[in-house]
Design a protein around this ligand. Structure first.
Ligand code: CA
Length: 253
């Protein structure tokens, strides 16, 4: 079903997971250290990496950072450390999901399927366009009024989550669940901080929002700004055939 790279140094856990995951129909390649994991991820190009944090040669968090420098392969962290701030840090580093040990192969399989659903080729149009904002989900490239916007991974995920539901108010709780995979726990502050970074890169602020609109006490929504709300850049939704786009009637609410 999926081509998995399992990184686990405990031989008992490793062989039990290999057997169970193969029974579930996955192709499993297993390694017992961080360096072997990096080599395997590059050579094997797995669909998903299942990464133990406590490894004998390189810490799993460092493996994750190094892997993220070269690859967007989905990574599920397997950790014995039930520490929320550590987990948030790993998700910020680019982990796609996590499991706290001990876990069953069925739990891991559910996470693998969820990660593949999120990262795999879906039915969605790969190009999302909202006003002057466009998001190419294949290349993870974002432009605003034709200008490239460089986003960090979580900023991109946040923008994409909002862009998939344009005009809809999304709660911070939902954003923590969908962007940070925190079904419970986590802090609104995490969302607020990333929203403020995202806004800055989009050339706006909470005080002068354009695309990212906060709805007090409810959440946040992404909408195309009114034609006259933006900075000097021409409104992308103005009719290009109009002789003077400033006079286009689309500034009327
Ligand atoms: Ca270990």
């Amino acid at each position: 079903m999926a081509n998995l790279l399992l990184v686990e140094d405990d031989p008992a856990i490793r062989s039990a997971l290999i057997r169970s995951l193969r029974e579930l129909g996955h192709a499993v390649n297993a390694v017992d250290g961080g360096m072997a994991a990096l080599a395997g991820a590059v050579e094997q190009k797995p669909d998903v990496v299942v990464l133990d944090l406590g490894l004998p040669d390189v810490d799993g968090a460092d493996v994750l950072s190094m892997l993220r420098a070269v690859s967007e392969i989905p990574v599920i962290i397997a950790t014995a450390r039930d520490d929320e701030s550590e987990i948030v840090r790993l998700l910020d580093l680019g982990a796609d999901d996590y499991l706290i040990k001990p876990f069953t192969a069925a739990q891991l399989n559910a996470r693998i399927k969820a990660v593949l659903r999120r990262s795999g080729p879906g039915a969605e149009d790969p190009l999302l366009v909202i006003g002057g904002l466009s998001i190419d989900t294949r290349s993870r490239q974002v432009t605003i009024d034709g200008r490239d916007v460089e986003l960090a991974r979580k900023e991109y995920d946040l923008l994409l989550t909002l862009a998939r539901r344009p005009g809809e108010v999304v709660t911070k709780r939902d954003l923590l669940a969908e962007v940070w995979q925190l079904a419970w726990g986590g802090s609104d502050r995490t969302v607020d901080v990333h929203l403020s970074w995202l806004r800055r890169k989009l050339g706006e602020s909470a005080a002068e929002p354009r695309y990212v609109q906060s709805v007090r006490g409810v959440g946040v929504r992404l909408t195309a700004p009114a034609a006259d709300a933006g900075p000097a850049a021409p409104a992308a939704d103005a009719d290009p055939a109009a002789p003077n786009s400033k006079l286009a009637p689309n500034s009327v609410q």
